[in-house]
Design a protein around this ligand. Sequence first.
Ligand code: FAD
Length: 445
Amino acid sequence: MDTAQSENLRCDVLVIGGGPAGSTVSALLADKGWRVVLLEKERYPRFHIGESLLPMNLPILERLGVLEQVEAIGIPKYGAHFVSDDYPDQDQTYYFSFALDKNHPHAYEVRRSEFDHLLLKNSASKGVEVHEGVRVTHVELADGAVVQAKDEHGQIRHWRARQVIDASGRHTFLATRLGSKQKNPRHASAAIFGHFKNAQRLPGRDAGNISIFWFKHGWLWMIPLHDGIMSVGAVCWPEYLKTRRATPPEDFLWQTIGLCPGVSERMQSATLLGEARATGNYSYCSSRLYGDGWLLVGDAFAFVDPVFSSGVYLAMNSACLGAEVVDARLRDTAAAPRLARAYERRVRRGLRTFSWFIYRFTAPPMHHLFMAPSNRFRMQEAVISVLAGDVFGKTPISRPLILFKAIYYAASARYLAGSLRAWWRRRRNAGATFTSGTTPLDQSG
Ligand SMILES: Cc1cc2nc3c(=O)[nH]c(=O)nc-3n(C[C@H](O)[C@H](O)[C@H](O)COP(=O)(O)OP(=O)(O)OC[C@H]3O[C@@H](n4cnc5c(N)ncnc54)[C@H](O)[C@@H]3O)c2cc1C
């Protein structure tokens, strides 16, 4: 690698990627007075999937100073609506106002093209040097990092940074190169999705709620966005997605919707806007979160099934914690290694809490516990706290969650045959890979 340097290409921190994690970590570090360069390979606004936020995202948006802007582009979301054909006329809405901590009763649904753009502009307004249309192509980790990138005209540029933060999302730039990325064998699903006009919304105050539907090949979502748009998608077992063969993705998405009466009923007058997109086998985790001069934040570290809309929140939360580690390293304080270890513990703990529910979401006992909930020992309030993202704070969720898990395992015995089928399906799919054919999802996932 040609490492010819010029003075103006030096920085304290170089951030790879300008999604929610990259914009958050750079804004916070610029606020602390560091010279931060952010390289984003796309030009914004650009499409991205992942439109449903969690209530615990809001304090982070406030800290960044963008809450009012998000309110202006978002639709208030007061809860998550769960629907299952196995439990007709029994759909359940889990309202965030019923969480253990009642202080965060809503979140927002946002178009990611707008949300990500306002976050990126916010980091630029705080002094971050943002370069769009610049793709990082090589990183050499020695005494900080030398980063090579290519702009849209094919010109190669280099930066020398004291710290490099990988926020490249599912592209997992550093974890792939370091060989630390591990496919998650416990959740090998894939997704197909699109934006629609004229899909039916829920009535009144519930109009902004996300709807989640179980169906025999996985689950579907409906997320209402502004301008009358509805994001609709399905997360399915790869074996089902493989049956698409030569079917155009748009037709396959409609066929999939047709398999779920709850969704197709609300889609009778709907039309697809633009193309349908798909993403392949997608759960993974990096075995390392940080090393000398580098750190991973957001999806660059791990990705789990989005059934509980946890991705953006976990990404921004890890960015907040990661900013503290990098700041301590730049100041060369003795606390830096301890902060890095605490960072790893917290990030992995948040992921574990969500994963326990996610891995079991389509298993019959969980299906039953969600559709026939009980608030004995405040179990339902604790589950809603998880759905709100309240997994890092002081809210006492542990005891009611232990009870919920105990009841889940007891119910597993009752649903033994179905549980074994779900377990066996997970195992069989663990090895399978799905290629999305004509519409690969790259930056959008
Ligand atoms: C089907 C599906 C549905 C989802 N639904 C939800 C949901 O409802 N709610 C939710 O919270 N989350 C959801 N998610 C997850 C959510 O999209 C992600 O968790 C979130 O976007 C992670 O943010 P990030 O900043 O880590 O990565 P990203 O948002 O992916 O940002 C990474 C950025 O890095 C850039 N980049 C990549 N490589 C390079 C490079 N070499 N050089 C320069 N730039 C680079 C990319 O262009 C991109 O802009 C969903 C995900 C999927 C796949």
